[in-house]
Design a protein around this ligand. Sequence first.
Ligand code: 5RP
Length: 220
Amino acid sequence: MNPKQLVGEKATEYIKDGMIVGLGTGSTAVYAIQKIGQLVKDGLKIQAVPTSKATEQLARELNIPLLDIDQVRSIDLAIDGADEFDPQKNLIKGGGGALLREKIVASISKEFICIADLSKSSPVLGSYPLPVEVTPFASELTAYLLSKLGCTPVLRTVNGTPFITDNQNYIIDCKFEKIEDPATLTIKLNQIPGVVENGLFANMATRVICNTPDGEIQVI
Ligand code: 5RP
């Protein structure tokens, strides 16, 4: 089994009947969602909140009962991938551009399980460019203000035009050298008015499930 499938399916073992489950976005989360679809088919009773339009579509195809985010006030368990994680379970997310909805869901989740293959592990965050969702209005000014925080900002594009998020915003990928203090940087990033949300998930993951070099599972 490939590492993404291994960790994605492992996370579903934490789901219990009656739970409201946050469904993450990305290729690792897809494995968890497919497994949840199978469990639902086999009789598991849950309701789920998707973190992107792509995940919503997949969940519908799998007949997973869905709730709109505005119908819930808390989520029992969210399962989502990451682009990088450190030993303190701080994460960089948003490589797939879904960071705003992912963070909203994670922020109200009693348990937030990050599923990531070992290649995403890093002693200090910063290898992966930090995705920051920004308003299209003043995006160049916002990029300049982001650069003042010590990063190299690059507007994410697809075929030469700006990548548009599910929330009709842009993503600026910010390459920092090392992110030594994710919690403080999160606050500084979100103080820039054109920033909608950033992909640093500091102190949010309750567990990280990843593989070992031997193909076993480790839970951090
Ligand atoms: C999407 C995300 C994803 O969870 C992250 O990019 C990891 O994706 P993948 O599992 O495909 O490597 O944050 O916004």
